[in-house]
Design a protein. Structure first.
Length: 418
């Protein structure tokens, strides 16, 4: 792809501040993402359907606001949006401990908080992904995204276990408050970034036209169209798995919040390895072959019924470790391709379009998994019912890579990020 010329000023250390801020944000996501459903299940005795709805609500923000965010952020300073969004996320999660102290916390508030935090997450995500190409050259995007994916995988390893420990040692009230603090750290880190973004062109096109421009670019681009479609299928399967995994851990395996956190974290061991080798795999094998390789994840999830005839906790940990390494590889490659083939002026709208289309299927998967888990558990027992949902969701997620097999993309050769 022919390199595009962008006038920008990079300040020393800005990528480090960006990386550390993103890492703090990832940790906040994992801590609150584990703490909130754990409180719902263990403290508020939520049903399978309620847990599915809670899991879906955070992701509904993308189909509702993703395209709006992309169009809006095409012509505003994205750093300020990131700072504001992280601050909002801390504030809304902090209302749950406050309500608990006052004796008024309930599932209704959890639904509202997760929904508002999800909207803030959309704006932070779109702004963050659109800002990265201003910090590094096109040839450094794969390396930079690999570093971010490493942080994301590390947060998945540390976050759930740490959240479980906080809930166990400090209680749900203080534990959730502490879990939200990384969002404040992320907001502060972003105030230290000084890189000047490419000057935004005046918003001459109507708002809806800007949304349509991003959507049309994805729809007409042969590579992005297939990758986004495959990612949407993957997200549906992931939503199914995430909706019932903690239910399986708590109600079938009888694990505590700390043990449940360790179980969730186990899958990130493979994720760290996947993030570490993603850049090398992309350099040696190329985009198409790497994406096809990630379908190995489906084979791992086919082994989940072994939980019914072996030691379930050990078997599930092994499956998560083996399957967890492929999602980071997928994310690094597809995100880097999208950032490289998209013109600077369309970064926000195209990223928002891609994320909206792929994230829209997560709540559908979560609702499907939650309700299917409840129905199957009633008729087949909790162990069999939830294992079937986990197997189906995992296979759907892994096999989606078979849909993303376009011709090789000509991207700038990957180089180490600064």
């Amino acid at each position: 792809m022919r390199g595009r010329t962008i006038t920008r000023t990079r300040s020393d250390g800005d990528l480090a501040w960006y990386w550390s801020s993103q890492s703090a944000s990832f940790v906040g996501d994992r801590l609150t993402g584990f703490a909130v459903p754990s409180i719902a299940i263990l403290t508020l005795d939520a049903s399978s359907a309620e847990v599915g709805v809670l899991s879906a609500l955070g992701w509904f923000a993308y189909p509702a606001f993703g395209l709006v965010a992309g169009a809006a952020l095409s012509h505003v300073p994205r750093r300020r949006v990131m700072i504001a969004g992280e601050t909002v996320r801390f504030a809304v999660f902090a209302t749950i401990p406050l309500a608990a102290i006052l004796g008024g916390a309930g599932m209704g508030q959890l639904f509202v908080v997760v929904a508002i935090a999800g909207v803030a997450m959309v704006f932070v995500d779109v702004a963050s992904q659109s800002y990265l190409p201003a910090l590094v050259s096109p040839g450094q995007l794969v390396g930079a995204n690999a570093k971010l994916q490493s942080s994301d995988s590390a947060s998945k390893l540390v976050g759930p276990a740490l959240a479980g420990l906080l809930l166990r040692t400090t209680g749900s009230t203080i534990g959730l408050f502490l879990s939200a603090l990384p969002f404040l750290a992320s907001a502060y880190g972003r105030t230290r970034i000084r890189t000047i973004e490419p000057p935004a062109e005046p918003a001459q096109a109507p708002f809806l036209q800007r949304i349509r421009t991003g959507f049309d670019f994805v729809r007409r681009h042969p590579v992005l169209r297939r990758q986004v479609g495959a990612a949407a299928v993957r997200s549906f399967g992931t939503g199914m798995v995430d909706a019932v995994l903690l239910l399986f851990a708590y109600r079938v395996l009888g694990l505590s919040s700390l043990a449940g956190g360790l179980l969730i974290a186990a899958g990130s061991v493979g994720g760290l390895l996947g993030a570490f080798v993603a850049n090398r795999l992309a350099s040696k094998l190329g985009t198409r072959r790497v994406l096809l390789l990630t379908s190995v994840e489906a084979l791992c999830w086919l082994a989940i019924p072994l939980c019914l005839v072996t030691t379930p906790a050990v078997t599930l940990v092994l499956i998560r470790v083996l399957a967890g390494g492929w999602l980071p590889v997928w994310n690094v490659v597809t995100t880097s391709v999208r950032q490289q083939v998209t013109p600077a002026a369309l970064q926000s709208t195209v990223h928002a379009t891609a994320r909206t289309l792929t994230s829209s299927t997560v709540p559908l998967g979560a609702l499907t998994g939650g309700f299917a888990g409840g129905v199957l558990s009633t008729h087949l027992g909790a162990a069999t019912g939830l294992v079937l949902v986990l197997a189906t969701g995992g296979v759907i997620a892994g096999s989606s890579a078979l849909l993303a097999t376009p011709r090789e993309v000509r991207c700038a050769p990957p180089r180490p990020a600064p």
